[in-house]
Design a protein around this ligand. Structure first.
Ligand code: TXA
Ligand code: MG
Length: 331
């Protein structure tokens, strides 16, 4: 087991996720504090989903507009009906197939899901994450009387999601209070946010592509489904804003970098002369894992322009292309 010493030496609030730390973190959530924690997709900034004040503080801290709904994280499908009603059979089937895992279901909400987490909409996003630390935290939180942890990605509104605890610390330094915590669980294995499926109609619609792919959903349900990742007319999804997931640097998906510009591409593509190679993924899974940390690394190095050769759209490639399109759409 890792020790409980902080992973970063100066006045850090980053802790390795031992059993004791998880217990204290759950208690801290119950007391109304914020706890950033690892999931398999990206790090989330957690708050008790029933605590209006804690949620209000989280919105302020992230600079997130209050009408943008939050995903409620629970430890098991067994708790789904606490938060959601009129759950279609297909949603149950998807939950059984892909939870714990990188998939969020949007469902009609129960009275437990208040306006302050749903952005005033009649539905709520729910996810059972597939990361041992996240699941341990959620189980402990529920054992202490909690019902669900609302957790957006642990970044300021519009920025790139963090995929390591040190990225969370860099992102939120100065914003978290001494009672808040950041749990370390290593780098995220997926690297891009969960697939979001609107399950409020006869058939699911993909609102945000992720590691659970359209093909996997179609195979599970034995029918074809639609995506609606650029329109937010059915339900509000801040990730469906055109400009989102943006580093400080400008991101270009076409053109040739000048010397000193950043460059991200599959490993078999050569680095143009003078460009700074930020990542060389061998396949789409690796591309997703490396993408956000390499964009952040570019920012840390003070690089102003990052040129990216997007991956093919196979599998998680569709999610990477979606995020890259939004990263490069800076206004
Ligand atoms: O992988 C993930 O989903 C991560 C980890 C931490 O679980 N969370 C995450 O949360 O990406 P966030 O808040 O950064 O992005 C969630 C997206 C937002 O665009 C939000 O507007 C949308 O999901 N969303 C949440 N609840 C919704 C709802 N009821 N209807 C429509 N969109 C919703
Ligand atoms: Mg986010």
């Amino acid at each position: 087991m890792p020790t409980e010493s902080a992973t970063i030496t100066h006045m850090s609030i980053v802790l390795n996720s031992t059993a004791t730390v998880i217990r204290d973190a759950a208690k801290s959530l119950i007391s109304g504090n914020l706890v950033a924690f690892p999931t398999e997709t990206v790090y989330g900034l957690g708050a008790d989903a029933t605590n209006k004040d804690a949620i209000a503080r989280m919105y302020r801290l992230k600079g997130r507009p209050t009408d943008h709904p939050l995903i409620v994280h629970i430890s098991s499908i067994k708790n789904l009906d606490k938060w959601a009603r009129e759950i279609p059979d297909y949603a149950i089937k998807l939950a059984r197939s892909f939870w714990p895992g990188p998939m969020t279901l949007i469902l009609p909400r129960t009275d437990l899901a208040k306006d302050f987490i749903s952005g005033g909409q009649d539905n709520v996003g729910i996810r059972v994450p597939g990361h041992t630390v996240a699941l341990a935290l959620l189980k402990e939180f529920e054992a202490q009387g909690g019902l669900g942890v609302a957790a957006p990605s642990a970044n300021k509104f519009g920025a790139v999601s963090p995929t390591t605890s040190s990225d969370v610390e860099l992102e939120l330094t100065g914003l978290l209070s001494t009672n808040d915590l950041i749990l370390n669980g290593g780098p995220c294995s997926v690297g891009v946010e969960s697939t979001i499926l609107n399950c409020t109609m006869d058939m699911p619609i993909i609102l945000r592509p992720g590691a659970v792919t359209k093909e996997q959903v179609e195979n599970s349900l034995e029918c074809s489904i639609d995506s609606n990742i650029n329109l937010s007319d059915q339900v509000k999804s801040s990730g469906s804003f055109k400009s989102h997931y943006s580093p400080i640097a400008k991101v270009f998906l076409t053109g040739v970098p000048n010397p000193g510009d950043g460059f991200i591409a599959y490993s078999h593509i050569e680095t143009p002369t003078g460009a700074v190679r930020l990542a060389s993924p061998k396949n789409n899974e690796e591309y997703a894992q490396l993408l956000y940390s390499s964009l952040r690394y570019g920012d840390l190095k003070g690089i102003s322009n990052i040129y990216v050769v997007p991956p093919n759209s196979n599998g998680i490639g569709a999610a990477i292309c979606d995020r890259l399109t939004k990263s490069s759409a800076k206004l």
